[in-house]
Design a protein. Structure first.
Length: 416
């Protein structure tokens, strides 16, 4: 894949000049490479190819743009959705495709509307995260005259060695259930005619930089599966996602998914496995273009803000940054990149080495994931447009919002 360093030096992405994109479409804007997205999706398929009966489902929460979902579906991946809204996005993006992609619905608190939407999709598996949720799915499936494929999310109590906000496999968290509860839920599903116990699921966190925590979780899940009987004992194991790509400070020294798949191929015969990569597929296929407005002391003030890219404020993430046609920012320095939002957390990069000046065009990398999907209108800021570069052509895949868009849904209460 083209790196941010190469983009910075060449000033282009897949044959299209970034300066021309900014001139025509304005800044800030998200720019995605279809070529890089296809390459990342193909790499996932290649990594798990040696595992019989394996499947990968892209986690839509990372980026739900319809054009990107279509490319991912055409690459042969299924989808992991967390709501009825994400499911509707997948349905719209994959209309006309045959066969339909496999689906799973995850999330710790599914509403009745979410469950009803999943029950309406024959290819969907609902991953339950509590006994009450399992009961609700059974009741709704029975009322609809259907048999629901379900999974149970088990918390294996494995430390993913990642940021505290994205570590989800530690005991006592809001995700999943303990092993004994999970096994009881699977056995219950296996004996209920309204349910089919299809999947034993876990997800220990995101941005996991080494395969070892995932291998530890996989070993624990295999042992749990061995304790199941009947239909439940034939279930697949779903190991979630979280395969790290690192950041500007350090990239992983191994392909985490490939290393995990190699271990499974040697140690887990006769079991079907599922995976749900998200950020690792789409992050490096996208960047955020922004313009430098002012320099104030050690602050580079740009026209993008935390409401356009929340990860640095939320996760202390360090995205790679480069001046288009110039240098990549060093990861050790005294400069900070800040935005226009009235919050002290509104920084897109801290303590970097970058000699920027007003008017410079910046490319902020790894922005294909958790960029637009976490964007907001805070401080009355319209959300940026999304652009797709495919075969040397630029397509607007989401228009830039206007101030009129921000006002359109509001209503002033009438005194009458």
């Amino acid at each position: 894949m083209t790196s941010i360093e190469q983009l910075a030096a060449a000033g282009e992405i897949d044959g299209v000049a970034l300066a021309e994109i900014a001139e025509q479409h304005g800044t800030p804007c998200y720019v995605y490479s279809a070529r890089q997205l296809r390459s990342a999706a193909s790499a996932v398929q290649a990594a798990i190819a040696a595992l019989p009966d394996s499947q990968a489902s892209y986690a839509v929460k990372a980026n739900g743009n319809l054009a990107l979902l279509r490319i991912i579906a055409e690459a042969g991946l299924g989808f992991d959705v967390g709501s009825a809204g994400e499911l509707a996005r997948v349905a719209a993006a994959t209309a006309g495709l045959n066969p339909k992609p496999h689906l799973c619905m995850t999330g710790p608190c599914k509403s009745a509307a979410d469950i009803a939407a999943a029950l309406g999709e024959p290819a969907a598996t609902i991953i339950c995260e509590s006994p009450d949720e399992l009961t609700r799915v059974a009741e709704m499936a029975g009322a609809a005259g259907k048999t629901a494929d379900i999974g149970v999310r088990v918390n294996p109590d494995v430390d993913a060695a990642t940021h505290r906000h994205i570590a989800t496999g530690i005991a006592g968290g809001k995700f999943g259930v303990d092993a004994d509860t999970g096994l009881a839920m699977m056995e219950k599903a296996g004996s209920d005619p309204r349910l089919r116990a299809a999947v034993l699921h876990c997800h220990i966190g995101s941005q996991i930089a080494r395969a070892q925590p995932l291998i530890e979780a996989a070993g624990a899940m295999i042992k749990l599966r061995d304790r199941l009987s009947g239909e439940a004992g034939e279930c697949r194991i779903d190991l979630g996602g979280g395969f790290g790509i690192g950041d500007a400070r350090q990239r992983p020294s191994e392909d985490v998914l490939a290393a995990l798949a190699d271990w499974l191929a040697d140690n887990a015969h006769g079991i079907g496995f599922s995976f749900q990569p998200g950020r690792s597929i789409v992050a490096r296929a996208g960047l955020l273009l922004a313009r430098v407005e002012y320099i104030k002391g050690n602050h580079i003030l740009i026209d993008a803000a935390m409401n356009d890219l929340l990860r640095p404020a939320l996760y202390e993430a360090q995205h790679p940054v480069a001046i288009v046609g110039g240098k990549l920012a060093g990861t050790s320095g005294s400069m900070n990149i800040a935005g226009p939002v009235c919050e002290s957390a509104d920084f897109l990069a801290r303590d970097i080495d970058l000699a920027a000046k007003p008017g410079d065009l910046l490319a902020i990398g790894d922005a294909g994931a958790y960029g637009f999907v976490m964007a907001s209108n805070y401080n009355g800021r319209p959300r940026p447009c999304e652009l797709l570069i495919d075969a040397g052509k630029v397509a607007v895949i989401r228009s830039r919002e206007t101030i009129a868009d921000l006002l359109a849904a509001d209503k002033i209460k009438s005194d009458g």
